[in-house]
Design a protein around this ligand. Structure first.
Ligand SMILES: C[S@@+](CC[C@H](N)C(=O)[O-])C[C@H]1O[C@@H](n2cnc3c(N)ncnc32)[C@H](O)[C@@H]1O
Length: 435
């Protein structure tokens, strides 16, 4: 790995990450098809990935059974039979391809029932979430070139003449933009971070120059004449050296501070439940002193996100300077999105924002949030908290308890395990921001 990764438990540099072990706290970080999985609960997250692959395999079998039952109906039309048979072929072939990826990721065997810490964000979603990105990124061939080129050029324009030899892409998905940027910039190192174990597994193979066959199921597949389309996925060419993948939480990238010239967040910040204010410290920390953050995409926001956190473009521009970023350019445009060869697709208004890192450690993620097992110092909670959650979390800061221990305590008091760590981190960040 070209850049130094850090342990999400104790924040130590993982100098020899190939050994998958933190030299300071002995935490283990498995590699899946060569991709490091650097999450504080890596072993449990890998188990969740395996369960997601299990769930997908079970769904595929159920779909095939349902199709077989439908084909037994003697009144089914000939054309309906042909459609169902094609659909079954797609399900079968896709299940086989995904089983191969699973094997490469070493997820055939589950690790068992070791006690799980309060979990990270990874591995809770269904395996096929964001499946469509695989086809746009690697399966639509020349048809998608214009869409890829527009995304790449918008980001390149925002990067401008900045040195961009070390690039971090957060929420990189299936990886096409990271791949295109790496090639266009001639970067020495581009790190593409995501938590989706299928998108990352496919990106890994695409970067290696492999091909893969998957079936694309049209969104309205039951009615569409293109219910299922067999696609060959491949990159235009194997990626040049230096393009790497990482399974990690992009809101607190486990990389050495100051490692990157540019951090790109493509179609990412709105997807998070977390308020952008609490994502920017991770980006600030990661950037080199004169580094630039490029935020690209719409502001669609996840359903259920707190309304106050569903920032508009104008709010993002107002927010950035309060988090240690000087906005240098801003561009808005309506671009084609998911413009599929068969005709579906839409247009989406996007913002491309370039903001330079303002020096100042106060904007950074504190070490005790880069390593969730590091005790949170008493000074972190010396101000009066603004909200009840931050106040409750502040009351638990005793100079010895870490963010993870606080989250574990909250979980034991009834806070859902899955949100306990994020709630703790947000509360601690809110306290920090007031100091
Ligand atoms: C809307 S998709 C965009 C994907 C890609 N940037 C693109 O433009 O095609 C958002 C991506 O963010 C990833 N993601 C969501 N939360 C994340 C997190 N906390 N850390 C890393 N990736 C995350 C999802 O897995 C998904 O791939």
């Amino acid at each position: 790995m070209a850049c130094a990764l850090t342990c999400p438990r104790c924040a130590a540099v993982l100098e020899r990450v190939e050994t998958s072990r933190c030299p300071a706290c002995d935490a283990r970080y498995p590699h899946l098809d060569g991709v490091p999985c650097v999450l504080h609960d890596a072993a449990a997250a890998v188990d969740r990935f395996a369960r997601a692959y299990d769930g997908f395999a079970g769904d595929s079998r159920a779909q095939l059974d349902a199709i077989a039952a439908a084909l037994e109906d003697p009144t089914a039309l000939t054309s309906t039979r042909a459609r169902l048979a094609a659909f079954a072929d797609g399900v079968r072939e896709t299940a086989a391809s995904i089983a191969t990826l699973r094997g490469r990721f070493g997820l055939d065997r589950r690790r068992g029932d070791a006690p799980e810490p309060v979990p990270s964000v990874a591995g809770h979603a269904a395996l096929l979430d964001d499946y469509e990105y695989l086809f746009r990124d690697w399966g639509w061939g020349a048809h998608a070139e214009a869409e890829h080129a527009r995304a790449r050029d918008l980001v390149l324009t925002a990067i401008g003449d900045r040195a961009a030899s070390r690039v971090l892409v957060l929420g990189a998905g299936a990886g096409r933009l990271a791949y295109d940027l790496h090639r266009a910039l001639g970067a020495s190192s581009t790190l593409a971070v995501d938590i989706n174990p299928l998108l990352v597994a496919v990106a890994r193979r695409m970067f290696a120059g492999d091909a893969l066959t998957l079936a694309e199921f049209a969104p309205n597949h039951l009615a569409s004449p293109h219910a299922v389309v067999r696609r060959s996925l491949h990159a235009p060419a194997a990626a040049p050296p230096g393009l790497e993948l990482l399974l990690a939480d992009g809101t607190r990238p486990p990389v050495a501070p100051g490692s990157f010239d540019v951090v790109v967040t493509p179609w990412f910040v709105d997807r998070l439940d977390r308020d952008l204010r609490w994502v920017l410290p991770g980006i600030h920390t990661t950037l080199a002193p004169d580094g630039r953050w490029v935020c690209f995409g719409p502001l669609l926001h996840a359903r259920g996100k707190a309304l106050a956190s569903c920032h508009t473009a104008d709010e993002v521009i107002e927010l950035a300077p309060t988090c240690g970023f000087a906005v240098t350019s801003e561009h808005r445009e309506v671009i084609p999105y998911m413009d599929a060869p068969e005709g579906s697709g839409r247009r989406e208004p996007v913002m491309v924002l370039a903001a330079d890192r303002v020096p100042g450690e106060r904007w950074d993620l504190p070490t005790w949030l880069r390593g969730v097992e590091i005790p949170v110092p008493r000074t972190a909670a010396t101000t009066r908290a603004c909200g009840p959650v931050a106040a409750a979390i502040g009351a638990l800061v005793d100079g010895r308890r870490s963010a993870l221990a606080t989250a574990t305590l909250l979980a034991s008091r009834g806070v859902p395990r899955r949100v306990a760590l994020d709630a703790t981190i947000e509360g601690l960040m809110a306290l920090q921001a007031q100091r």
